[in-house]
Design a protein around this ligand. Structure first.
Ligand SMILES: [Zn+2]
Length: 354
């Protein structure tokens, strides 16, 4: 009788564990098996500054190389002031000096960006949520409808007076001439659509999170320390049976003690013995994505895509420099010699390297 009881009990326990066993192996191989076995079609990727650092874009927060540490020259009351609307109304100059330094177009997307593009091309990507304002997702060619720029973008701008919309090129022309972009319809300043402190996140973010996350069948978090809200809490919007992979230099998004005591699912759960869904891969986003692609059998395809796309960016940069030079040569011929030389502004590539 006792034997029978234990046999039934053990078999029920095993079936329950099987039911709860989301990944057979709680590592990158387990994620690869899961993608294959479950025929994932609704992958959501979430990205932070870590996916753009290898492109040479400075991280906002790292000490020494972080952007905030390099803002002293602008005489700000405090570093964050550069992204505060009140200060911007008072003195927009420091923001535009910084914007010129960070301006999209001077950087190449990373392996990680192209991995996300590859997911989209293979029809596996439901959406890419990014905290970054560098527009490298768009440069990489991830389709616009797949991207949610949670903290806004330099891609468009609006007049703070009349809300008239301006393009990246329109703003860039003025910012690179060290001018403050002023509206053509009114005297308002045109601010790129990046989200400043105290501003609401874009409507697109709020609308799409409600639709996307219940459908998600795999969540991949890339290069984010999962600190800034409400972005960080998105990881809890996927169903409890959905695996979550974090590729980052350190563990992030941990379960908070209070929330778990209250019985609310909250945060990543890498270290508990019951964890069969949360995978942490420690390291560089480019290496992690290339390894994942290799394991999925897409490694060479990704390497070729990066090579081809980078060559094409190099070629168009070279062509636009030649065009700029031609324009400048023509101008110099027409204008007196002592005029300041026109042409493309210096890029200071070296100063941007981390
Ligand atoms: Zn205006």
């Amino acid at each position: 009788m006792n034997k029978m009881y234990y046999r039934i009990r053990n078999s029920i326990k095993k079936s329950l564990l099987d039911l709860l066993q989301i990944l057979d192996n709680v590592n990158l191989d387990g994620i690869v098996e899961y993608i294959r076995k479950n025929n994932c079609k609704n992958i959501i990727t979430m990205a932070g500054a870590g996916i753009s650092t290898s492109a040479g874009i400075p991280d906002f927060r790292s000490p020494g190389t972080g952007l905030y540490d390099n803002l002293q020259k602008y005489n700000l009351p405090h570093p964050q002031a550069i992204f505060e609307l009140d200060f911007f109304h008072e003195n927009p100059k420091p923001f535009f000096v910084l914007a010129k330094e960070l301006y999209p177009g001077s950087f190449k997307p990373t392996v990680c960006h192209y991995f996300i593009k590859m997911l989209a091309e293979k029809d596996l990507l439901l959406r890419h949520y990014t905290q970054n304002i560098d527009t490298l997702e768009r440069v990489a060619g991830i389709p616009d409808d797949k991207i949610v720029e949670a903290h806004g973008t330099f891609y468009t701008g609006h007049c703070l007076g009349c809300r008239y919309k301006y393009s990246l090129d329109w703003m860039k022309e003025r910012i690179f001439k060290d001018e403050i972009p002023v509206c053509e319809k009114c005297p308002g300043v045109v601010k790129p659509d990046i989200v400043f402190f105290g501003e609401n996140l874009p409507d697109r973010f709020h609308i799409l999170i409600g639709k996307d996350f219940p459908k998600c069948d795999l969540l991949i978090v890339l290069g984010s320390s999962l600190i800034v809200q409400p972005f960080a809490s998105l990881i809890d919007r996927v169903e409890p049976k959905v695996p979550r992979l974090l590729i980052n230099h350190e563990k992030a998004g941990h379960q908070s003690g209070i929330m778990s005591l209250l019985g609310m699912s909250s945060g990543m759960d890498f270290d508990s013995k019951d964890n069969t869904r949360d995978v942490f891969w420690c390291g560089d986003c480019d290496e992690g994505c290339q390894l994942l692609a290799d394991k999925l059998g897409w490694g060479d395809e990704l390497r070729e895509m990066v090579k081809r796309e980078h060559e094409s960016i190099d070629q168009s940069t070279c062509e636009s420099k030649q065009t700029d030079k031609k324009i400048s040569d023509t101008k110099n011929k027409d204008e007196p010699k002592d005029k300041e030389e026109a042409g493309p502004p210096p890029q200071n590539e070296d100063s941007k390297k981390p």
